[in-house]
Design a protein around this ligand. Structure first.
Ligand code: AHG
Ligand code: MN
Ligand code: MN
Length: 320
């Protein structure tokens, strides 16, 4: 068995970054304990407040955010923290070498049905000449991420992590240590499974509707093969499946309605997942360019997301 600490050491990860990752992971195990206790820990249900994006927060959104924030702000390595559940950047140690952004609890609508949920995170080098409380700390392209990962609180708790090398998969053991269970994740370039919220179909561009209909046509259509469809309603679970057995995940822009730029957030959803997917040989695009090449604007900016099997995502580029 290879623990995450010893794998990072073998990967020659700088010591401060390893320490920071371990801090983050120890917070994730505290969240995993709460998740596992569920109703017994009183963590289900709504928190009776909204976040900056106007979404009603679940209790677990708030609890997970507080656990991560407290752990990271206690670390000397952290200059700034950004979160889905924080309006603005939270300053840490002004001389910290890194900044961390996270979606503390992804898949909130699955909390109360005991479905898949997770934590998505990303780490960048802190910008030395930018204040710790400035959103500009996070105005860095996804390519600049020094670490990206997620923890999936499923039947087992698993961690997918990259520090620039391969995307690796770890599983949490009974002693709260993540052990390496898959050294290199690989997404096949072609696929037979897609993942999208089909209830939005009427809101998409005609070209995208046509593409999805060509997949649905299966063997009898232009693609000459059958496609399966899966939707967990949690990006973390849907992209995990793509990393495990291939496929594509889509969260397109609507041509009308509230999510016309897409629903998913660039900083703490799209970018970390895009790095994991690319490091597993897949492709991640907003339909026009690689997600990792997007020049960020605002902290909570949304983007359309198409990621997974490289050849399939390439087909979608330019179409949407
Ligand atoms: P969050 O729970 O962090 O707000 O994110 C939910 C996101 C993402 O995880 C998922 O892919 C998507 O919302 C699901 O959206 P639908 O409501 O369209 O299923
Ligand atoms: Mn999310
Ligand atoms: Mn969330």
């Amino acid at each position: 068995m290879q623990s995450v600490a010893s794998q990072l050491n073998q990967d020659k990860t700088p010591a401060p970054l390893t320490e920071l990752v371990l801090t983050l992971l120890s917070a994730s195990t505290a969240i995993a304990h709460k998740v596992r206790q569920g109703a017994l820990a009183g963590v289900l249900g709504s928190a009776a407040q909204q976040n900056v994006q106007g979404e009603t927060q679940k209790k677990l959104d708030v609890i997970a955010n507080d656990i991560l924030k407290e752990a990271l702000l206690a670390s000397a390595h952290v200059k700034s923290v950004a979160s889905e559940e924080e309006d603005n950047v939270v300053p840490g140690n002004p001389s910290g070498a890194y900044v961390v952004a996270f979606d503390p609890l992804d898949g909130s609508s699955n909390i109360d049905i005991n479905g898949q949920i997770g934590t998505i995170f990303t780490i960048y080098r802190a910008l030395p000449d930018v204040a710790a409380d400035s959103h500009k700390q996070f105005a860095q392209q996804g390519r600049a991420q020094v670490c990206a990962g997620y923890v999936l609180y499923g039947p087992s708790t698993q961690l997918a992590l990259t520090t620039g090398g391969p995307s690796r998969l770890y599983t949490l053991d009974p002693h709260d240590t993540y052990q390496l269970t898959q050294a290199e994740l690989a997404i096949a370039p072609e696929c037979q499974e897609f993942s999208v919220n089909m209830s939005n179909l009427r809101h998409w561009s005609p070209a995208l509707q046509g593409y999805i209909q060509s997949l649905q046509a299966g063997k009898d259509g232009v693609r000459s093969k059958d496609f399966n469809m899966r939707w967990n309603g949690a990006m973390v679970g849907d992209v995990h499946r793509v990393l495990m057995r291939g496929g594509i995940f889509l969260y397109p822009a609507n041509t009308q309605g509230a999510v016309h730029n897409g629903k998913l957030r660039l900083l703490y959803e799209a970018n970390p997942m895009a790095l994991l997917v690319e490091r597993a040989g897949g492709r991640a695009s907003d339909g026009k360019q690689a997600i990792l090449d997007i020049e960020p604007g605002t902290l909570h900016q949304r983007v359309p997301v198409f990621m997974g099997a490289a050849q399939e995502v390439a087909k979608l580029e330019g179409l949407v």
